[in-house]
Design a protein around this ligand. Structure first.
Ligand SMILES: Cc1ncc(COP(=O)(O)O)c(C=O)c1O
Length: 336
């Protein structure tokens, strides 16, 4: 039985009972196997180690109010991973296989799912990489698809706390016609240096501008940009160098349900100073409001409290995920 202090959980890797591992060889995926050992052995010439054929996903399963365990929008993660895989010439993991893997791993790790009243969740990390040996820059002929899980703590322990963001004009997350809309491991490696610089300056998150002109808002290194405009509209960029966030897609729907007008369009940096609320959204915390954005000598301030629109959207999404209110869009999938 797992000994976990649910109250102290953050967002860290914890070894569980097992993960699931599938291999793609000779043009097809095998039946997969549950593996207790959380290390793998691959060739020193494996594509992933040199040329970076690697994509991943991140989603959560929740212990709900009625005692059931449900994942949130896992089909969308499956199709996003398939899109990412295609971009780096890897075989797609079909949605049915993706969901089967998730089901099996969750069922084998029931005691690691944070109970409903702890506010935590089971984080699910599916990933795929080129495991076959290559010398030249070519796609691998063998792939692994693995899903592991780890319990994570509540979104916010002491209430929602806005954070300070920084724009570092010397760095881009992606290229104008690059891979920003895919969840490639390499995108995150490329963002580590700027994130480190930002943290050293005291900013927990970096906001990237469009890589072509540095005129428009793109997104953060691990989340999308959202804002509430002067007129009260939900505004988010439609840049092609931004990852299509499943949280953002859900918040857009919830905003529309609440009668809030939504605009998905280029957002000039110049416009942001007029916004009433600005924030980052993603699976990890749903919404992180920003208290400020700094660019060179300029700092825009947005207040030290989470604004009312983000608060409402945040609690509605959370209530759907935990089964406290009706899942009218059919986003949750019952696992246990
Ligand atoms: C670059 C980037 N943008 C946005 C997101 C948010 O996406 P989602 O809401 O699907 O977690 C993530 C996290 O996966 C991310 O890494």
């Amino acid at each position: 039985m797992a000994q976990i202090d649910w109250g102290r959980l953050g967002f860290e890797y914890i070894k569980t009972n097992c993960h699931i591992e599938y291999t793609y060889k000779n043009g097809k995926w095998d039946d997969g196997k549950l593996v207790d050992n959380d290390t793998i052995e691959i060739s020193i010439a494996a594509n992933v180690l040199h040329y970076g054929q690697a994509v991943f996903e991140g989603l959560k399963a929740f212990s709900c109010a009625d005692g059931k365990v449900r994942t949130f929008r896992d089909k969308d993660n499956a199709s996003r991973m398939a899109d990412s895989a295609k971009y780096v010439s890897m075989p797609e993991v079909p949605t049915a296989l993706f969901q089967e893997a998730i089901d099996k791993v969750i069922k084998e790790n029931i005691e690691y799912i944070p109970p409903y009243d702890t506010g935590g969740a089971l984080y699910i990390r599916p990933f795929e990489f080129g495991s076959g040996p290559v010398m030249g820059v070519n796609p691998s002929d063998e792939y692994k698809f693995i899903v592991y899980v780890a319990p994570v703590g509540p979104y916010y322990k002491g209430g929602i706390k806005p954070v300070n963001a920084i724009i570092l004009d010397d760095f881009d997350r992606t290229a104008p016609n690059g891979a920003g809309m895919y969840k490639l491991a390499g995108n995150y490696a490329a963002g580590m240096h700027s994130s480190k610089l930002a943290k050293e300056k005291g900013y927990p998150i970096v906001l990237f501008l469009d890589p072509k002109e540095h005129k428009y808002i793109d997104e953060f290194s691990t989340s999308n940009f959202i804002g509430i405009s002067e007129e009260g509209k939900y505004v988010t960029p439609n840049s092609k160098s931004v990852l299509p966030s499943i949280t953002n897609k859900s918040l857009i729907q919830l905003a529309r349900d609440l009668g809030i007008e939504v605009e998905i369009r280029p957002i000039e940096f110049e416009e942001v100073k007029n916004f009433k609320e600005v924030g980052a959204c993603g699976t990890a915390v749903v919404i992180t409001p920003l208290s400020s954005i700094t660019r060179n000598n300029l700092t825009l301030h947005f207040g030290e409290e989470c604004g009312p629109v983000f608060m409402k959207l945040y609690s509605t999404l959370r209530d759907i995920q935990y089964g406290k209110i009706s899942d009218i869009h059919n986003w949750n999938r019952e696992i246990i």
